[in-house]
Write a protein that binds this ligand. Structure first.
Ligand code: IMP
Length: 420
């Protein structure tokens, strides 16, 4: 699970953990997510396919994922070109499809918002697709296989959206006939991967196999527990694996929360208490950490490790293991700071994440200065290889966030992970 605002480096950690699992499952989000994994010097970028595909595992997209079929087929083609098998890919027939009008609506809604009200979505149609799902006018993969059903669903759902779409209504890709023909054909191509994902998971659990569920986005972007409305449109906490893939809650025994050594936010809006703002420190980390969105290319805002927010994520997810990524980026930063509490405008100190967005905008992070470390730690492979300042940082995070740090990332490749 992402324990911050997404982009924590979950793809690489999933790829690493997948080695010990028989099955990897995505259960929420869609191609708003972006995962970069580097294996043997080759870079792979995925938006929908679970990162475990590189380990040759069964990789499933659960019912809670929203699928842009063309994007998924392009990714599958990318796998073929790279010589990677798609044998293990399974897709829930109940997963909803992102339709062209969802993407158009996402654009129209974002364009209509003032800079202040903008959510800064990835414009991939995620919100409108989940909205149709909740309104019971969405198109599931299995629905698109039946041309008549697809047509009636599209006609019914498109009508009330026309005024919102304005000029875009006339676009060729938004005409009903075109949508029906195109999406029926795309669904047919995907139907070869269709399988009852919930049952696959139960059967795997019955065989005592390990199933790794791969979260997208992060706890602070959760639709219910993040800072609404500056959130994504799905639940991105561990419990969502139950609804979004049919996982029995009693079968979850380990929750890995991935947190970057410095949190980032990809959008320009939404509260972010420990952000550096427009400062040399921000520029330094953007450059060193390559902090540009995998999906949108947008520059991310960076900040000090926010332990108040991380504690919130630990509780929401029931995190048993924290994974700290990109620690190697924080070299030669003295002092290296963490934020353990917030000061309210009246001076009161709080150690919890407030539910009011306006309050979160006004809090001052209370900074604890740690000594930091010098030099390159990307070659470290064990606790003892790490300089004292790096160990001190890891210990502070584990002790104050409420869950032990069990893995540390010190570089982009698979080998650059220290297990503790
Ligand atoms: P949406 O998910 O495209 O609707 O965007 C809603 C919010 O979630 C925006 O602030 C996005 O920048 C953010 N968001 C969505 N997916 C990701 C992700 O994978 N990483 C980081 N931020 C994301």
């Amino acid at each position: 699970m992402g324990a911050q605002w997404g982009d924590e480096g979950k793809g690489k950690i999933t790829d690493f953990l997948a080695a010990d699992a028989e099955m990897v499952v995505r259960f929420q989000g869609g191609n708003n997510a972006g995962h970069t994994i580097i294996v043997d010097g080759v870079t792979y970028k995925f938006h929908l396919i679970p990162s475990g595909i590189l380990s040759g595992k069964v990789c499933a997209l659960g019912n809670g994922v929203v699928i842009d079929p063309q994007i998924l087929l392009d990714e599958i083609q990318g796998l073929h070109q790279a010589g990677i098998s798609d044998q293990g890919l399974k897709i829930s027939p109940n997963a909803h499809l992102i339709m062209p009008y969802h993407v158009a609506l996402d654009h129209a809604q974002e364009d209509a918002r003032s800079a202040k009200d903008s959510i800064g979505t990835t414009r991939r149609g995620i919100g409108p697709c989940y909205a149709d799902k909740a309104s019971r006018v969405g198109v599931r993969l299995q629905d698109a296989l039946d041309k008549d059903l697809l047509r009636s669903r599209v006609e019914a759902t498109l009508q009330p959206k026309l005024h919102l779409l304005g000029e875009r209504t006339h676009a060729p890709e938004l005409q009903v006939d075109h949508i029906v023909e195109t999406y029926h054909a795309l669904a047919l191509k995907l139907s070869v991967y269709m399988e009852d994902v919930a049952r696959l998971i139960w059967d795997a659990c019955d065989r005592k196999e390990r199933v790794l569920c791969e979260g997208a986005q992060g706890a602070l972007l959760d639709l219910d527990h993040g800072m609404y409305p500056f959130v994504t449109s799905s639940n991105c906490i561990a419990a969502a694996a139950c609804a979004g893939a049919g996982v029995d809650p009693r079968s979850i025994n380990r929750v890995y929360g991935v947190a970057k050594a410095y949190p980032t936010r990809v959008d320009t809006v939404g509260p972010f208490p420990t952000k550096f703002g427009d400062s040399p420190m921000n520029t330094l980390l953007v450059e060193r950490g390559g902090e540009f969105g995998t999906t949108t290319g947008r520059q991310r805002r960076c900040g000090w490790m926010d332990l108040v927010a991380l504690r919130h994520a630990v509780r929401l997810n029931g995190i048993t293991d924290l994974v700290l990524t990109k620690l190697d980026v924080m070299y030669d930063i003295h002092p290296l700071c963490v934020v353990d509490t917030y000061a309210l405008p009246d001076g009161q100190i709080i150690d919890y994440y407030p539910y009011q967005a306006d309050l979160l905008d006004q809090v001052h992070p209370v900074i604890t200065e740690l000594s930091g470390f010098s030099g390159d730690i990307s070659g470290a492979r064990s606790w003892d290889d790490l300089p004292h300042g790096a160990q001190e940082f890891i210990q502070a995070v584990g002790e104050r966030a409420g869950a032990p740090v069990s893995m540390v990332g010190v570089g982009q490749s698979r080998e650059q992970i220290i297990t503790l």
